[in-house]
Design a protein around this ligand. Structure first.
Ligand SMILES: NC(=O)c1ccc[n+]([C@@H]2O[C@H](COP(=O)([O-])OP(=O)(O)OC[C@H]3O[C@@H](n4cnc5c(N)ncnc54)[C@H](OP(=O)(O)O)[C@@H]3O)[C@@H](O)[C@H]2O)c1
Length: 326
């Protein structure tokens, strides 16, 4: 059974990936944790915690990969400043393994590495765009969002490491379901209005023309399983996948959330105030997600976000209410 280490294993996405891998029955799963509480959370989910890894220190990560006989590493962390160090550590571990085999005049499977990028690298493209167009290049019809200008170069560095690694890059659209933390930016002001009963216009920090790709967290986790199952040679020459179920306008999304929360006040779209995160949320997505279906045999099962918004808003709200108060 392949051993998989998930960096950010206790995070929103990392938790869902771990559950999908374990549910498949095909993988044993380790996950990084930065505190005893997060380690316990992993153990409750049948994930073996690795507490000693500092992603800023490539040596300890490479040693961890070796110590637990890890066959595949999935970076589902938000350790953006450590991204290059993580890749360096994975390459280090892969080379050490290849060198050990070479001494025995043998070859073996490559260490596998799946990196989590995101759909923001496409920016607001002037035409429909798929994962076959490399972002951040002269061929791309949009510019990466300011928050992720570094990411296309990092994707290229990962693809350049294919001499020692089997890799895949998954680019999720905005993820929803359960904690849905990214949606709090838009749903938060609606919930505040619902709680106060105010009829004043609700300020939304976004552009009214925004359109965003969306994917349910469980569907996304299934795409990771599809990529991992195929990573040793079945992903073809371009193992990069945009993963989303549908592209939806902010107006449709927020009118549905208003109805779910029983809010009647008008929405005032106030723009993104020069904030890089808000700007990224307000991109005008034009993504084609078909290759994930073609190559990974991926079938998203949650495709009606707007009609089902009440369930997702309630799950987000309950998650927020359960968080310890600062
Ligand atoms: N959420 C979305 O809608 C979305 C959409 C597209 C792409 N993505 C990408 O998906 C990835 C995961 O996002 P998420 O939504 O799952 O975020 P999340 O819930 O905040 O999880 C991030 C995980 O990374 C860990 N982490 C952060 N900094 C770290 C560091 N310096 N060293 C070790 N671990 C560190 C966190 O540990 P702690 O729990 O200890 O903080 C947590 O386990 C990110 O790369 C993000 O860009 C997310």
């Amino acid at each position: 059974m392949p051993n998989v280490l998930i960096l950010g294993g206790s995070g929103y996405l990392g938790t869902a990936i771990a559950q999908a891998l374990l549910r498949s029955g095909g993988y044993a799963v380790w996950g990084t944790a930065r505190s005893a509480a997060k380690a316990a959370q992993l153990r409750t989910n049948e994930v073996s915690p690795v507490e000693t890894v500092h992603l800023a220190d490539p040596q300890t990560l490479a040693q961890t990969i070796d110590a637990h006989h890890i066959d595949a590493v999935i970076d589902a962390s938000s350790a953006y400043e450590q991204a290059a160090g993580v890749l360096g550590a994975v390459i280090l571990a892969a080379k050490a393994r290849a060198d050990a085999l070479a001494k025995d005049k043998a070859v073996g499977p490559k260490l596998a590495f799946i990196y989590t990028s995101g759909s923001w690298v496409h920016g607001s493209p002037s035409r429909r765009v798929s994962d076959l167009t490399p972002p951040g290049t002269s061929l791309a019809p949009g510019k990466p969002a300011t928050a992720v200008t570094w990411r296309p170069a990092h994707e290229q560095a990962i693809l350049a490491a294919r001499d020692v690694l089997d890799v895949a890059i998954l680019r999720p659209a905005a993820i929803y379901g359960r904690g849905s933390w990214v949606w709090g930016t838009w749903w938060g002001p609606l919930l505040a209005a619902a709680q106060s009963g105010s009829r004043d216009a609700i300020q939304i920090p976004a552009d009214k023309g925004a359109r965003t790709g969306v994917v349910h967290v469980d569907d996304l986790a299934a795409a990771y399983l599809g990529a991992l199952d195929r990573i040793h040679g079945q992903l073809g020459s371009w193992p990069v996948f945009d993963v989303g179920a549908e592209n939806l306008s902010i107006v449709d999304l927020l009118e549905a959330a208003k109805a779910a929360l029983g809010v009647e006040a008008e929405l005032a779209y106030g723009g993104t105030h020069g904030n890089a995160f808000l700007e990224a949320l307000s991109l005008v997505a034009n993504s084609d997600f078909s290759r994930a279906k073609l190559v990974l045999a991926w079938v998203p099962k949650r495709v009606d976000f707007v009609p089902n918004t009440a369930v997702y808003v309630d799950a987000w709200r309950a998650t927020e209410e359960m968080k310890p108060k600062a």
